[in-house]
Design a protein around this ligand. Structure first.
Ligand code: SAM
Ligand code: SF4
Length: 466
C-alpha cells in the first residue's frame, strides 16, 4: 500500500509529516510522490492564514474528481485545519480521515481502518485549551520516529515545546495546537543523541516561543540555555539552531551569552516584531513596544556581533493607519534584518482580533504595504549580502539547488564541470545565508567551504574551495 503525503505550512508541520511518514514506513507502507500510484493521500494542513486553508480546499476539490473514478482512494486531512474544522471537514464526501496534530500517533491505525472500509473517522482534541493529561503518547511517538528529515541529509528538527499560550490577537495557533507544554529535557537530549548516532550534524530546536522553554524536574528549572549547552556536548552534533523566538527579556541575555560562548550554537535569531507601531502592537497583544524590541536587537548585536537576525511582519492589521505602517517601515530600516517574512493580515475565526476588530484595511492597501516593505527589506538584504563578496564561508550542504536557473550562466561558463559530476548545490551558513555553488552531489549533508563570487538579496553564489 502506498501513501502520498503533502505538507502545507511551517516547520512544525514539516516535522509532523516526517514523523507520520516514518511511522507509516515502519508499519510497512510505501511512500509515493504521485497520486496515481497512491492508495492513500494524507494532507498535512495549515490554518495560520485563510489562503493556506483555501489551497487545501482546492486540493480536496481536485481529489474529489480522482475519487469519482477511484472510490477506494483513502483521503486524510491531518494537522491544524483538521483540528480547527473537525466534523465540518469530515462532512466532505472526499474526506475519510480527519486527524488533529495531537492525534498523529494514531495515524497508522486510522489509515488501516480506512483501508479496511470502516466508516469515516474523526480524531481531534475535544477541549483544545484544556491542559493535557500526562499522556506520553505524543512524546513516545516523537522520540520513536523522529530519526531524520530525509529531505535534507544530516539535518533534523527537534520539537522542544508544543502549543502556545501567548494569544497574540490575530493568531490561530493557541486554538489548534493547544496549551503550551515544554517536553522533558532528558527526552529531548536523548533524542538528539540518537539523531547524532544516525549521522545528523545539525539540529533545529522548534517551539512557537522556543526561548520560553521551561521544564521543571524536582527543584531545578531548565531553560533553553540548558538545552543548548547539553546539546553542545553531544559528539557528532556540529550546529544547533532554535526557532522561533518571542521578543521578551526573560532568558534573553542568557541565551545570547550561550550563543556567544558555545561554538556549536549558530549565530542566528528569528525574532518576529509583527509591527513597528506601539498602538498596533498593543492591539496585537504582543506585550512589548517598538523601542523595547529595538533594545533587544541592540543587546543581541552587542553580545553576538556576527549575529544574523530575521523578522516577521503583518501588514494591514485592523486599524493600521498610514502612520502605523510608516512606524513599521522605520523599524525595518533600523533593525537591518538579514531577511523578513511579510504577511498580509488574514482574519482567523475564533481569534480576538476577528471577534472584536473589523478587517478594515482594503486588500489593495495590504498589497501595496506588503510590496513597499518587501522592497525596503530587499535593499537592506542586498547590502548585507554584498559584505560576503570575495570571502570564504562555511556551509552545511543541503543538496541540489531548487533554483538552479539563478546561477546558470556561471555553471555554463565553468568548462571543467559537467552537469553530471558537478551539479548546482545549495547549503546554508551558520547565520542562515543560502549559498549556491557547483559541487559533487556527495557533499549533501557535509560541511564545505565556498568562496563567494556573486551576491543577491537572498542568495550568495560561489565556488567550492577544493
Ligand atoms: N510563534 C511564532 C511567532 O510568534 O512569531 C510564529 C507563529 S506563525 C505560525 C508565523 C507567522 O505568521 C507569524 O509570525 C505572523 O507574522 C504570521 N501570522 C500569524 N497569524 C497571522 C494572521 N492571522 N494573518 C497574517 N499573518 C499571520
Ligand atoms: Fe501565534 Fe503569538 Fe503564539 Fe506566535 S507567539 S504562535 S504569533 S500566539
Amino acid at each position: 500500500m502506498k501513501v502520498q503525503l503533502q505538507t502545507y505550512g511551517c516547520q512544525m508541520n514539516k516535522l509532523d509529516t516526517a514523523l507520520v511518514s516514518s511511522a507509516l514506513k515502519a508499519a510497512g507502507f510505501g511512500l509515493t510522490d504521485g497520486v496515481k500510484e497512491a492508495d492513500v493521500v494524507l494532507i498535512n494542513t495549515c490554518s495560520v492564514r485563510e489562503h493556506a486553508e483555501q489551497r487545501v480546499l482546492s486540493h480536496l476539490g481536485h481529489l474529489k474528481h480522482i475519487k469519482e473514478s477511484r472510490p477506494e482512494l483513502v483521503v486524510g486531512v491531518i494537522g491544524c485545519m483538521a483540528q480547527r474544522l473537525g466534523r465540518q471537514l469530515l462532512e466532505d464526501k472526499t474526506v475519510d480521515i480527519v486527524c488533529g496534530p495531537g492525534q498523529i500517533p494514531q495515524i497508522v491505525t486510522l489509515v488501516r481502518e480506512a483501508l479496511d472500509g470502516k466508516k469515516k473517522t474523526l480524531s481531534i482534541t475535544e477541549k483544545i485549551r484544556q491542559k493535557p493529561d500526562k499522556d506520553n503518547a505524543l512524546d513516545n511517538f516523537e522520540s520513536a520516529y523522529g530519526i531524520e528529515d530525509k529531505e535534507i541529509p544530516g539535518q533534523a528538527f527537534v520539537r522542544v515545546m508544543r502549543g502556545c499560550d501567548k494569544f497574540c490577537s490575530y493568531c490561530v495557533v493557541p486554538y489548534v495546537r493547544g496549551v503550551e507544554v515544554s517536553r522533558p529535557l532528558k527526552v529531548i537530549i536523548e533524542q538528539i543523541k540518537r539523531l547524532a548516532g544516525n549521522g545528523v550534524k545539525q539540529v533545529t530546536l522548534l517551539g512557537q516561543r522556543v526561548n520560553a522553554y521551561k521544564y521543571s524536574a524536582g527543584e531545578k528549572i531548565f531553560c533553553l540555555v540548558d538545552l543548548l549547552s547539553m546539546a553542545s556536548e553531544i559528539n557528532g552534533i556540529e550546529w544547533i539552531r532554535f526557532v522561533t523566538s518571542f521578543p521578551s527579556k526573560e532568558f534573553f541575555d542568557e541565551i545570547l551569552q550561550a550563543m556567544a560562548t558555545l561554538p556549536k550554537v549558530c549565530n542566528y535569531l528569528h525574532l518576529p516584531a509583527q509591527s513597528g507601531s506601539d498602538r498596533i502592537l498593543q492591539a496585537m497583544n504582543r506585550g512589548y513596544s517598538c523601542n523595547e524590541y529595538l533594545e533587544l536587537l541592540n543587546r543581541a548585536r552587542a553580545v553576538v556581533p556576527a549575529i544574523a537576525i530575521a523578522g516577521d511582519f503583518i501588514v494591514g492589521f485592523p486599524g493600521e493607519m498610514e502612520e502605523d505602517f510608516q512606524a513599521t517601515v522605520g523599524l525595518v530600516k533600523k533593525a537591518r534584518y538579514k531577511n523578513c517574512f511579510i504577511f498580509k493580515y488574514s482574519p482567523r475565526p475564533g481569534t480576538n482580533a476577528d471577534k472584536k476588530l473589523e478587517d478594515d484595511i482594503p486588500a489593495e492597501i495590504k498589497k501595496k504595504r506588503n510590496i513597499e516593505l518587501l522592497d525596503i527589506q530587499n535593499k537592506i538584504s542586498e547590502g548585507l549580502s554584498r559584505q560576503f563578496l570575495n570571502k570564504t564561508v562555511e556551509v552545511l550542504v543541503e543538496g541540489p539547488s531548487k533554483k538552479s536557473h539563478l546561477n546558470r550562466r556561471d555553471s555554463e561558463m565553468d568548462s571543467t564541470s559537467s552537469p553530471h559530476n558537478k551539479p548546482q548545490l545549495a547549503g546554508r551558513t551558520a547565520t542562515d545565508y543560502i549559498v549556491v555553488f557547483n559541487g559533487p552531489q556527495t557533499l549533501a549533508g557535509q560541511f564545505a567551504k565556498v568562496k563567494i563570487t556573486k551576491t543577491s538579496a537572498l542568495t550568495l553564489f560561489g565556488e567550492l574551495n577544493q
